[in-house]
Every structure is written in structure tokens, then in C-alpha cells.
Design a protein around this ligand. Structure first.
Ligand SMILES: [Cu+2]
Length: 707
């Protein structure tokens, strides 16, 4: 079996929705392989939080670096951020903010997605451009073609609520379709107040988000075409782990896709265009900066206006041959970024955080999937990416009142020296990156398939890593409280990895364990800055109460990751199933003795599911170990282990109506979430700089009605 989707629970509703009408002209070629994806379907899995990234906690090897309720950065086997390739309906969305306040999954709200899948382990080169740390894929609801010429009306209403933040979500998907056309629209609003933890509330963690989609699909004969537009507007959302909160994220997301399914080949062409405007502030959703006397210090108020504009395209041709498939393709992702820091009280103050940034990736690949005899499957592929990055000339004014002496003059003089050095350096860079992968699966009998894979994967530096010219915290959401500077001369990082495992699918027991080792040369990591200009500037800012001294500088170092993850299920009886997912990962520097920053603690989920015809319950326990493997370089604090117990129940009232309810953190356990970052906003209940807590007990419910 190849690329099959495993359903965790039988769902009668699902049967009606899962069958995606793709014209199948030839029998599908089955190549021996192991389970290489893990999929969570929102039909089958109750999720209370608004952030789709929270689903990752249930998946082997995956987790989430949480900087806010709508700001979940995907982590997989210890890598996160730009190292993870996140696709939404096959398109790649570039974050609008330089701190990934809108990490890609921000654009796939829980109420809209049909499924979230992760690729387990080594990712085929056809799945995306830069997949050094992994690949995940969210699919949103798009409606279904009818079976006749007459048009029918269909849709789904979804309502949910939770007590931990009085959060609520309401959405409706409406479609009009016949056998050739689907016209669809989706509307959603979700909002929540500040979230509670056993010792108080997190300030600020409120959110408010609107979403509106309109789309059209057409199919006839061998052709299928779709065009979709979405407006995802986050009005405000607290991000206590970062120096500012979200005041606006206005996005226009356009995508179109064409598929031609021939007798023995298939062509898929896609184009997307994303426009994102983002405003953030340190003085609206949180207590603004204060003077020593406890009054607002207007000089330290900061707002930032950032934009991202990007285009993506891809063309893929798949050709069926006797013993498998050939795939060839080209793709591109062209992104522009700007970020301007201002003071709302002083019009002349400004810092070009990032100015006229370009990051363009053009790729080409060829990939093969084939049977070798009756019991062996082999895949291999090679990809070449050309990555070009550039920055415009930056400016800044840190002496807006035209003072003639004192700190503003000194600060501004230093800023001018930093920016002059940056503007006269060689900013335009390009990298040629070669990736390859291979995976071999062997059926050995006894319901077991053995698997071994190997790959070389690369990633060119992010624009923050190259072009952050002034010591600041704009780091794609690292949220370690450190100031960083970039380096235009950074080289791409290159990983070599190997993965071994097997799938056992017995009558009652299924188990899919994997071990992996990944060596990364030129790994990009902040190291203590040796640049006196940056050190002096950061020290001066720290003296004025703005940020930390001792900045880090992005540099190429050497690193390694290794670990183990497994998913397993055991049918105890016709109605009881025991399920488990466990993940262990270590990330270490190789050039010095240090652990890598913000890596998920060892964890294990154990769930007991009980299902009857039209209802089911699940009792779930999540164990997290101590995290003692922390980064000294990033001044990372250790955390203690904890156990969280969750309970859910669902009832299919009728084939069209499902209601569900659950309790997260049933025992109201107070714990520190190692991946949640440190508090950066004033809060009488959480000291600034201490780890943000996990959320307290929450009762939640949802209702889904299909019509
Ligand atoms: Cu932001």
C-alpha cells in the first residue's frame, strides 16, 4: 500500500466527503512502501484551540513553538521555522512579519481545514523546494462535484467554544455544485479573551480573526481547474513571547490550479499570489513601556508596519510506466519583504528594519518511484534550487528631536555607522543548492515492511539571517529575548540524514517506529557577536531599558540531530483501541559542546478510545519529560516534566449532525510549556523573562452540521 490515509476513527460523515472525484483512467500502480505520512482530519479529531499548529502535538516527531494563540511555529524532529516546508493547498505562503507572528499555518484556521498531514521522515524532493527539516501540508474544504447536471446546494456549519479564554468560533462553508462546476464560499469569525492558567491569565493572549473565501472549480473530461481567493484578516492577537503584539494581519491570498489527467500521465500546474500587510505594537494590547516613575515612556513606544508580497508557481508532470512513476517539475517562489519600525509619538523616528528585501527560489527536479520485484519499492530523486536574496539600502533616524548632545545623538551616530557599513557591503547573494533523496522498502512477510532512507537537503539563509543589520529581535520567532545581527555572507546549510524503521500491521496491533540521524554542516545559529559596533549599540540600548546586551550574530556552525519516534495502535476489543505516539529528539552543536535551542522535550501521548456506531469517547494522557538539554548560547532555561489529561466525547446525532465536547487539562495541572517562549509583556502573575505557562483546564464543545 502506498500513500494511504489512515483514519483514526470511523466516521460516517467522512465517507461522504472523503471521495475526491479525480478521473482515474488507469489502475493505480501500487509500489511497496511504508506509511510515510501521518494525517489528522478535523472531522475525526476535536481541536479546541484556534491554531492549527496545535494539532502537531498529536503527531509523531512534531510539535509547536508557541509564541501566541494564533502564532504557532511548526517543529519537526527538532527543526522549526523556515526549516519546515509548510504547504497550504499546495501553495507556500511567506510570513508577512519578520518574527513569523503569522507562521504559515496562521493561514489555515482549524475551522476551515479538512486535514493536516506531516511527511514522516525523509521528504521526496517533489513535495517542496526547501524541505531540510520536513514537510507538512494543510488541505482546506473545497466542496464536491455533484453526480448529475442539476445543481445542488451543500455546506457545513461549524460552531465551537472553549472556557479557557471564552473563545468562540463560527463558520459556514456553502457550495453550489453539479458534475462540472463548484462555486463555494466560506465565512468565519473567531475570537477569544486572554487565556487562563492555574495561576492567573496570560497578558496578552486575546485574539480576533475574520476569514472570507470564494472559489470556483470546473471539471470536464480529463481537465480540472480551480480558482480561489481568500481574505484572512487577523484584527488583533497577543504574542506575549515577542516584544510586540499583532494589531493587524490583512492578507489577500489568491491561488489557481489546473490538472490534466491523461491515460498514463498527469500534469499539475499551480500559481499563487499572496499580499500581506501587518501592523504590530508594544503599546496597545500590553502595558506600554514605563519610566522609572511608573508613567508611560512615550519615547520607547514602538509600532511596526511590515509587508510581504509573493508569487509562487509550479508545474509537475507525472508519467506512469510499467513498474512505477516518473515525476519531473519546476517551481518558483518569489518574495518581497519590508519592515518599518516607528514611534507613534514622534513622527520623525524610524528604523528600516528590512527594506526592499527579495528572496527568490527557482527549482527543478526529477523523481522516480518504482517496484523492484514483487516485494521491494524504491524511490529516489534529485532537485536543484537557485536561491537569490537581496536587500535595498536602509535608513534610520534615532534622533527625531534633533538634539545636539546626549544619548539620542550617540545612538543615532552609531545607527548611521551600522547602516553605512551595511549599505556599502555586498548584499546581493545567490546560492545553488543540490538536494537528493532515496527510500527503499522491503516486504519481509509477517505483516512487516522494512524501510531505510537517506537524503541530502539544503536551505539558503533566510532574509532575517542575512539582512538584520541592527541588533534587534526580528528572527523569525526565535523568541529567546536575545538581539541578533545578520550576515549577508552566510552560506546555505546542508543536511545529510539517514532514517531506518519498519511498519508492522498485524490483526490487532499496528506499530511504525523510526530512528533517524541528521548531520548539518553550516547550520545557521546565533553565536556571541564579536563586532564592537553591534555590541556597543546593544549595550547602549540595554542601558536605556530596550532589549538585552550581548547580541548574537548569525553564523555557520555544525550541528546534528538524532532521535526516535513511533506511532502505534492496539485494538483491545471491537470497541476499545489503545493509541500511542512517542517522540524523542536531540539537537547538538558539533563545533562546541552545546545543545540546540527550543527543542521539544521527550513526550508520549497515550489514548484509550472507545467507539460505538454513532458515538465515541477518548481518554488521553500526554506525558512530557524534563528538558535538561538546553542551549547555553541562547541562555535557555530548563523545564520540568508534567502530565496533562484530556477527555473528549463525540456523538453523531444524525448522519448530518455531530456534536462533541471535551475537557483539556482535566486536572488543571500548572506547568511550563518548554516550547512556549518567555514572557515579554508586563504581567503581575508571570515575571518578565520567565517561561510562559501551559493553559489551564478548559471545557470546550463544537457542533458540525452538514447540509
Ligand atoms: Cu509582527
Amino acid at each position: 500500500m502506498k500513500h494511504f490515509v489512515r483514519l483514526t476513527l470511523p466516521a460516517c460523515i467522512l465517507a461522504a466527503n472523503a471521495a475526491y472525484a479525480q478521473p482515474q483512467n488507469v489502475e493505480e500502480i501500487i509500489v511497496v512502501g511504508v506509511q510515510d505520512t501521518h494525517t489528522v482530519r478535523t472531522d475525526d479529531t476535536m481541536v479546541a484551540p484556534a491554531d492549527t499548529a496545535e494539532l502537531l502535538k498529536r503527531m509523531p516527531g512534531a510539535n509547536v513553538n508557541k509564541n501566541g494563540e494564533l502564532t504557532g511555529i511548526a517543529q519537526y524532529r527538532g527543526m522549526y521555522g523556515d526549516r519546515i516546508n509548510v504547504s497550504i493547498n499546495g501553495t507556500h505562503i511567506n510570513s508577512g512579519g519578520p518574527n513569523a507572528m503569522d507562521a504559515p499555518l496562521h493561514y489555515a484556521p482549524v475551522a476551515l481545514i479538512e486535514s493536516l498531514s506531516i511527511s514522516r521522515g525523509i521528504v521526496p524532493v517533489s513535495m517542496g523546494q526547501e524541505t531540510i527539516g520536513g514537510h507538512m501540508h494543510a488541505e482546506t474544504y473545497s466542496g464536491e462535484f455533484g453526480t448529475s447536471d442539476s445543481f445542488g446546494f451543500a455546506g457545513r456549519a461549524y460552531f465551537g467554544g472553549q472556557t479557557v479564554n471564552d473563545g468562540q468560533v463560527g463558520s459556514a462553508l456553502l457550495s453550489v455544485a453539479n458534475r462540472n462546476h463548484i462555486l463555494r464560499t466560506f465565512l468565519m469569525n473567531e475570537k477569544g479573551d486572554n487565556s487562563e492558567f492555574p495561576g492567573g491569565t496570560i497578558l496578552s493572549s486575546e485574539y480576533d480573526r475574520d476569514r472570507w473565501d470564494i472559489g470556483y472549480s470546473y471539471q470536464r473530461g480529463n481537465h480540472e481547474l480551480s480558482v480561489d481567493f481568500a481574505r484572512n484578516n487577523t484584527l488583533q492577537a497577543g504574542t506575549a513571547a515577542l516584544p510586540m503584539d499583532i494589531l493587524a494581519l490583512d492578507s489577500d491570498l489568491f491561488r489557481t490550479k489546473y490538472v490534466y489527467s491523461g491515460i498514463d500521465y498527469r500534469v499539475t500546474a499551480q500559481y499563487s499570489n499572496d499580499d500581506i500587510l501587518h501592523i504590530m505594537s508594544n503599546n496597545q494590547l500590553r502595558r506600554p513601556p514605563q519610566t522609572a516613575a511608573g508613567t508611560p515612556d512615550g519615547m520607547r513606544f514602538r509600532d511596526a508596519l511590515t509587508t510581504s508580497d509573493s508569487q509562487g508557481f509550479s508545474i509537475k508532470v507525472e508519467r506512469d510506466v510499467d513498474n512505477g512513476v516518473w515525476k519531473v517539475g519546476i517551481d518558483g517562489n518569489l518574495a518581497e519583504h519590508n519592515a518599518l519600525i516607528m514611534n507613534p509619538n514622534v513622527a520623525a523616528f524610524y528604523i528600516d528594519n528590512f527594506k526592499d528585501i527579495e528572496r527568490d527560489v527557482l527549482g527543478v527536479y526529477v523523481e522516480r518511484e518504482m517496484s523492484v520485484g514483487d516485494y521491494m519499492g524504491l524511490e529516489y530523486g534529485v532537485r536543484y534550487n537557485r536561491v537569490s536574496t537581496d536587500s535595498g539600502q536602509v535608513g534610520a533616524n534615532l534622533n527625531p528631536m534633533n538634539a545636539t548632545a546626549g544619548m539620542p545623538v550617540m545612538m543615532n551616530n552609531m545607527a548611521q555607522m551600522l547602516l553605512n557599513r551595511f549599505n556599502t557591503s555586498d548584499l546581493s547573494q545567490s546560492d545553488g543548492n543540490l538536494d537528493w533523496f532515496t527510500r527503499l522498502s522491503i516486504e519481509s512477510g509477517f505483516d512487516t515492511t522494512w524501510y531505510v532512507g537517506a537524503a541530502r537537503k539544503s536551505r539558503a539563509p533566510s532574509y532575517q539571517e542575512r539582512y538584520l543589520w541592527m541588533p534587534l529581535t526580528s528572527t523569525g520567532g526565535l523568541a529567546d529575548g536575545k538581539n541578533y545581527t545578520g550576515n549577508p555572507d552566510l552560506k546555505p546549510e546542508v543536511a545529510h540524514e539517514i532514517e531506518v524503521g519498519f511498519d508492522y500491521d498485524g490483526d490487532a496491533v499496528s506499530i511504525y517506529p523510526r530512528v533517524f540521524y541528521r548531520d548539518v554542516s553550516d547550520f545557521i545559529q546565533g553565536v556571541p557577536s564579536t563586532d564592537m559596533m553591534s555590541i556597543n549599540f546593544a549595550q547602549m540600548m540595554a542601558n536605556m531599558g530596550m532589549g538585552a546586551p550581548d547580541p548574537l550574530q548569525f553564523a555557520n556552525v555544525d550541528a546534528k540531530y538524532y532521535g526516535f519516534d513511533v506511532e502505534a495502535s492496539f485494538a483491545l476489543s471491537n470497541n476499545f483501541t489503545l493509541r500511542s505516539v512517542a517522540s524523542i529528539v536531540r539537537g547538538k552543536r558539533k563545533d562546541i559542546s552545546d545543545d540546540l535551542y527550543r527543542i521539544s522535550p521527550d513526550n508520549m501521548l497515550v489514548a484509550l478510545d472507545y467507539h460505538r456506531n454513532n458515538w465515541s469517547t477518548s481518554f488521553e494522557t500526554a506525558f512530557y519529560a524534563n528538558q535538561d538539554h538546553v542551549s547555553a548560547t541562547n541562555l535557555e532555561a530548563k523545564t520540568s516534566g508534567y502530565t496533562v489529561v484530556n477527555l473528549t466525547g463525540r456523538w453523531n446525532v444524525s448522519p448530518d449532525l455531530e456534536v462533541g465536547a471535551g475537557i483539556n487539562n482535566l486536572l488543571d495541572e500548572e506547568y511550563e510549556d518548554h516550547l512556549a517562549g518567555y514572557n515579554r509583556a508586563y504581567n503581575p502573575e508571570i515575571a518578565t523573562g520567565s517561561r510562559l505557562p501551559g493553559l489551564g483546564r478548559s471545557l470546550y464543545a463544537r457542533m458540525m452540521w452538514y447540509f
